[in-house]
Design a protein around this ligand. Structure first.
Ligand code: SF4
Ligand code: SF4
Length: 396
């Protein structure tokens, strides 16, 4: 779970063609409210560490940036920021060091692989990308290696570009980067992503190539593969929100705080520009609907990976309808199968193949009907789920 502080809403210095916030930008006429005291008051109420987010968080004026970081350090001992990297200047690096700021940079590869991160012209786009790459290298040199988010799409994986991307990740590893988060491009009628999305088969091919890269990069982890493995082992204490039964009206995984101190939901839930107020309580209507809806009608009924996947992120739901499963279902299914095979080969017992999987699923669904939830780790322990032997059973 994270608190995302968005002081300037969706305002950004570049316009990635595939950005899920484009719909909100187009729909929002009014200037978002901005009040440092109100933001701090809401952060005080939430009493949790926060990540400075955007849009582009470094558009915030320096004095306010420092005030927010000073508050975060004093209150939580740590800060975090997610940025496209193009605006990072030496004085920001100094701020990051002084206020213990963990930096995440979104970049799609080296040079031209970032051309979909449009900055107004081809020249400006390339210069913005070069600045972000230079900032990333500088942070690594100064012992503050950032995490990197890579969105996978046609512009950075088609043809020979996939190997260019792989070489760049090897380069990042040599620089000291150890955390790489992979996102699949989401189809969104409100932005210019059309034509950039990979087919399900290509998404799976690209993810398999990146997964094959991982063992050669000591200490570097792609969050995606590690999390899917942990979900299959019912160790979900630290998994990200997409595997955790997200309610699009009360996104527990992401609690937003806007520039006027208003509480909001994860931006992925309102790509059309209608940002509903965050509900006080979580519901599980999405997961309950998916559990009974046949796969041919956009549900997940009968899928052996449902306990782990739960239809994935509602922000990626088919046709933008949260009642339907993720548009990336086929990719997740194929990757779960791959990791399931790996676990079996290692003598582990994936929950997806446990003879008591259906019982576990029924128990979780019963909890959801009551408006409750439980981690897989706790649930399997409570049920005394004896998965030992499932591997042998499967092999037979
Ligand atoms: S909408 Fe998706 S990205 Fe946002 S909190 Fe929910 S699962 Fe996470
Ligand atoms: S893999 Fe597909 S069918 Fe299975 S739970 Fe995930 S989204 Fe649903």
């Amino acid at each position: 779970m994270s608190v995302e502080l968005r002081p300037l809403g969706d305002r950004c210095n570049i316009q990635c063609r595939y950005c899920y916030q484009e719909g909100t930008r187009a729909a929002t006429g009014a200037t978002p409210r901005y009040s440092l005291p109100r933001m701090l008051a809401t952060l005080d109420e939430l009493a949790e560490p926060f990540v400075l987010f955007g849009g582009e968080a470094l558009l915030v004026r320096d004095a306010d940036l420092e005030a927010l970081f000073a508050y975060g350090l004093q209150r939580h001992g740590v800060n975090a920021i997610q940025t496209n990297g193009a605006l990072i200047e030496p004085h920001h690096v100094d701020l990051f060091r002084r206020y213990n700021v963990r930096v995440g940079i979104s970049l799609d590869g080296p040079g031209p692989l970032n051309d979909e991160r449009w900055a107004g012209s081809a020249g400006r786009t390339r210069r913005a990308s070069a600045r972000a790459e230079a900032a990333l290298a500088r942070l690594c040199r100064e012992g503050m290696a950032p995490g990197v988010i890579i969105t996978l799409h046609g512009g950075n994986t088609r043809g020979a570009r996939l190997e260019v991307l792989c070489d760049w990740i090897v380069h990042l590893h040599a620089l000291g980067v150890r955390r790489v988060r992979l996102h699949l491009l989401e189809v969104d009628p409100h932005n210019g992503s059309s034509g950039l999305r990979l087919s399900d088969a290509d998404n799976l091919r690209v993810l398999r190539r990146l997964r094959a890269l991982e063992p050669g990069l000591s200490g570097l982890h792609f969050d995606l593969f590690a999390e899917m493995r942990q979900m299959l082992l019912a160790r979900d204490a630290v998994s990200s929100c997409v595997w955790q039964a997200c309610d699009p009206y009360a996104t527990r995984g992401v609690r937003g705080v806007e520039g006027g101190g208003e509480r909001s939901n994860c931006g992925r839930t309102h790509k059309d520009g209608t940002a509903w107020l965050a509900a006080d309580r979580r519901g599980y209507q999405r997961q309950l609907a998916l559990h009974v809806t046949p796969q041919a009608q956009g549900g997940c009924h009968g899928c052996r990976f449902f306990l782990m996947c739960k239809g994935n992120c509602p922000g990626t739901a088919l046709e933008g309808d949260w009642r339907l499963r993720s548009e990336h279902c086929a990719t997740w299914f194929g990757l779960f199968e791959d990791i399931e095979r790996t676990l079996l080969a290692e003598g582990e017992t994936p929950l997806s193949l446990s003879p008591r999987r259906a019982e576990c699923e029924a128990e979780l669904v019963a909890l959801w009907r009551e408006g409750l939830d439980e981690s897989l780790q706790s649930l399997t322990a409570r049920l005394g789920l004896a998965t030992a032997g499932a591997a042998a059973e499967h092999a037979a």
